[in-house]
Design a protein around this ligand. Sequence first.
Ligand SMILES: Nc1nc2c(c(=O)[nH]1)N[C@H]1C(S)=C(S)[C@@H](COP(=O)(O)OP(=O)(O)OC[C@H]3O[C@@H](n4cnc5c(N)ncnc54)[C@H](O)[C@@H]3O)O[C@H]1N2
Ligand code: MOO
Length: 404
Amino acid sequence: MKIMIELEEALELVLSRIRPVETERISITDAYKRVLAIDVTSQIAMPPFDRSPLDGYAYLATEGDPKPLRLNVVSEIPAGTFPERVIALGEAAKIFTGAPIPPGANCVVRMEDTEQVGDEVTILHPVLPGSNIIHRGEEIKEGDLLLKQGFFLTPPGIGLLAAVGMDQVTVYRRPRVGLLSTGSELMDVGQPLRPAKIYNSNSYTLRGILQEAGCEVFVIPIVSDQIVETIEVLKRLADTDMVIATGGASVGDYDIMRHALAQFGCEMLFWKLNLKPGTPVSVGLKEKQFFFSLSGNPAAAMVTFELLVRPALRKLAGRTTAEDGHFLVKMASGFGKTGKQRRFLRAQAVFKNGEIWADLAPAQGSGILRSMIGSHLLVDVPANHGPVEPGELLMAGRIPGCSC
Ligand SMILES: Nc1nc2c(c(=O)[nH]1)N[C@H]1C(S)=C(S)[C@@H](COP(=O)(O)OP(=O)(O)OC[C@H]3O[C@@H](n4cnc5c(N)ncnc54)[C@H](O)[C@@H]3O)O[C@H]1N2
Ligand code: MOO
């Protein structure tokens, strides 16, 4: 097993082994936050017919129309009706927004620029041929590729499927993720805190992150620092695609996670990432099931989730759309405690003078969960970097869905 590797190597080791989950066909009503497993092409044009963008009159305009222009109103076309009557020169159809342009007509003039008396309409400001017509297929042509395989279905994506009449769609099934928190010091919420104990927060934080990412989450209540008990729990999560454990990741006598994973039969990919916070991560693989053992420290667990587990989860879920990438930020505050290891600092993004400034959370300890509240960014401070100075430029990445 490799020990103390760089984040990029860890990502390569993990991502090269992950395959997307199977696919299923579902109603678009259930498609929110699901991932497309096929390219979607449109069977129809959108709009399906030439239509009016206005309430007004459709007629056959010529370049030399007199002003004002008088026309006989020969038909009325509300939206949803199919116009049979051909409009000849000198005639008009009263038309409403969204209704099909009648045959013969080549323009629409808006209601406000007309006066109708009986069956005659006066066009006060005649328009040129071709004016105010939304053409068939203007948005979507028949056979257009609408959405690509791997697209994460957000509301406009689902709306687009509906717009072209699709009621069912093929998606990857939701990733099933098991969560377990190990630590004999942990207690669940809802009971008075006992001496030397703390409440388990990691299960709740990670459950939320995973739900937001569209996963099915199976939470195992607190597991003690015992290898046998941990292996029993891992067996109960056999039906999941990925297990994320927090706690018991480091070097202490009770830090049993990587030993439990190995005894459970995992191929151990590595132990320890060369970064802070959250150094003692390990990753195991058993057949197709991935196991991530993260630090028990709440902020460290969230940071390493973002850096390593989230990209893995995206691939497992079948997502191919581009990740946010990294960008330069200007430091609004400094940070003195740097060292040999690369460090990720939590910061709020502040937009000022067309630049993104990173305002560091006041406390950066790996146990300080509150540092994630209001933090939008992880600022990447390279290894052996001296103290971070205000005004300095550093690379950063976004924390998706975090507190904003
Ligand atoms: N001798 C050494 N000690 C430690 C090292 C080291 O290299 N040598 N590494 C330190 C680093 S870095 C980290 S990070 C932590 C990682 O510890 P573990 O992953 O083994 O986590 P625990 O010891 O179980 O817990 C750490 C901390 O977090 C609290 N915790 C745990 N689970 C939860 C939870 N579900 N909800 C809320 N809080 C939780 C736990 O009580 C501890 O306070 O190790 C260092 N030690
Ligand atoms: O790697 Mo740990 O989370 O810094 O204390």
